[in-house]
Write a protein that binds this ligand. Structure first.
Ligand SMILES: C[S@@+](CC[C@H](N)C(=O)[O-])C[C@H]1O[C@@H](n2cnc3c(N)ncnc32)[C@H](O)[C@@H]1O
Length: 393
């Protein structure tokens, strides 16, 4: 939709379609829920309720904008519209149709429906999404005489339907594209860590930018870049657009104020604070390009080096290693040696530092040969991972 058309639509509606506060849900990679709750509290949003795969909270419009702009570990911020029992297609249609969609979507706008199901009588997500879309467009057609179209790639309004144990929650997706798409990743390398997960790892280490951080297997640089965003006090969403910016009630004044606030708090990183190393020069080129795109040109330091030559600078700091997991047959044997080497290097060359290893392969982790002082469970998509902490006295 053009900006002009959007403005016309917005101006023709004196009242905001949404109430002053709304119940929201920040979807989060499993294992990072407590961190996301702490992030929300740091943003001034209290009364958070931690659940599996996310955090519920109540906030106003500015809070929704702020959460999208600042949350490092959440993948989406959903705004709840209705919750109803739903075990049949008719209950689904009725529950969705009962929402006053004309307050949210005009016939000229486009929409898309995302759906997730768990332990429910309706088991086909494509069917649930289609039925939801039908109920929405029927309701708008009945009121306005014409209906909005579907655009799955870039809709004006993205709707999220979640069915769990025959209870349906219908929400607006205020994020649009998932929040891990910060806008700095230019191309993909082989096994990049999702930005939200890298941010969760940095948060779990407790690193706050006051001491050096090194990543000896940095690949495309996701961990160093997420760390830089923390140390530089950069809002992770500063470079991207959000779903709520296309809503009828979008308040550009609030948004501009939040952007200005965020912009004015950015700090330059001290030289040598964050370093990344990798033996793959292609991945390192990507890391440098991604770091520059994220606004850290010349502030992050990447070195072409194999792990056996790694030696961090300084007496203390945090070293975070995300080695390959070896998912393909035969790879595991080769990787045993690499995991042994990780243990050796941490023990001999990183004395005084705190070491962290993120891996999805617990068998391989045993080859590190050091005793972990803490273990955090995190999910990389469906892969259950461990972040292992080592005190390297
Ligand atoms: C799982 S990937 C890391 C992904 C990274 N966290 C990212 O977000 O792109 C593992 C990385 O370890 C690197 N690597 C493997 N063996 C290495 C070694 N012996 N020395 C240095 N780097 C190594 C690979 O080139 C690869 O980039």
């Amino acid at each position: 939709m053009s900006e002009e058309k959007h403005d016309q639509q917005r101006n023709s509606r004196p009242d905001a379609p949404l109430g002053s506060t709304s119940t929201c849900f920040a979807a989060v990679p499993r294992g990072a829920e407590e961190i996301a709750a702490a992030e929300l509290q740091a943003l001034g949003i209290s009364g958070t309720q931690v659940g599996r795969g996310g955090v519920a909270f109540v906030t106003d419009r500015a809070g929704i904008y702020r959460a999208n702009l600042w949350l490092r570990t959440a993948s989406r911020v959903l705004l709840q519209l209705a919750v109803f029992p739903c075990a049949t297609p008719a209950e689904l249609y009725g529950g969705v149709h009962a929402i006053d969609w004309t307050e949210l979507i005009t016939p000229e706008m486009t929409l898309a429906v995302d759906c997730s199901l768990r332990d429910s009588a309706l088991t086909h997500s494509g069917f649930v999404a289609l039925k939801t879309k039908d109920a929405i467009v029927d309701r708008i057609r009945e009121a306005c005489g014409s209906r909005p179209n579907v655009d799955t790639a870039s809709p004006d309004v993205r709707i999220n339907v979640h069915l769990h144990r025959n209870v349906c929650t219908v929400s607006l997706d205020s994020s649009g594209d998932p929040l891990d798409r910060r806008g700095y990743r230019l191309e993909h390398n082989e096994a990049p860590l999702r930005e939200t997960l890298a941010a969760a790892v940095v948060a779990l280490t407790g690193w706050d930018g006051s001491m050096p951080l090194a990543d000896p297997m940095c690949g495309s640089g996701t961990i160093p870049i997420e760390a830089a965003l923390v140390a530089g006090r950069v809002a992770p969403g500063l470079q991207r657009a959000f779903g709520f910016q296309r809503w009828l009630d979008f308040d550009a004044e609030i948004w501009e104020r939040l952007l200005k606030e965020a912009d004015s708090g950015i700090r330059k990183l001290p030289v040598g604070l964050i370093t990344g190393y990798d033996q793959d020069s292609r991945a390192l080129k990507l890391a440098s390009r991604n770091a520059a795109k994220a606004g850290f040109e010349g502030q992050l330091h990447f070195f072409h080096a194999a792990l056996d030559t790694f030696q961090p600078e300084g007496d203390t700091g945090v070293v975070i290693i995300n080695p390959p997991y070896g998912k393909r047959l035969g790879e595991e044997d080769e990787l045993k040696e690499l995991y042994c080497q990780i243990g050796d290097i941490m023990k001999k060359r990183c004395r005084g530092w705190t070491g962290y290893v993120l891996t999805g392969n617990l068998e391989l982790a045993k080859y590190i040969g050091l005793k972990a002082s803490r273990r955090f469970v995190l999910f990389n998509g469906a892969i259950e991972c461990r972040l292992l902490k080592y005190e390297l006295y």
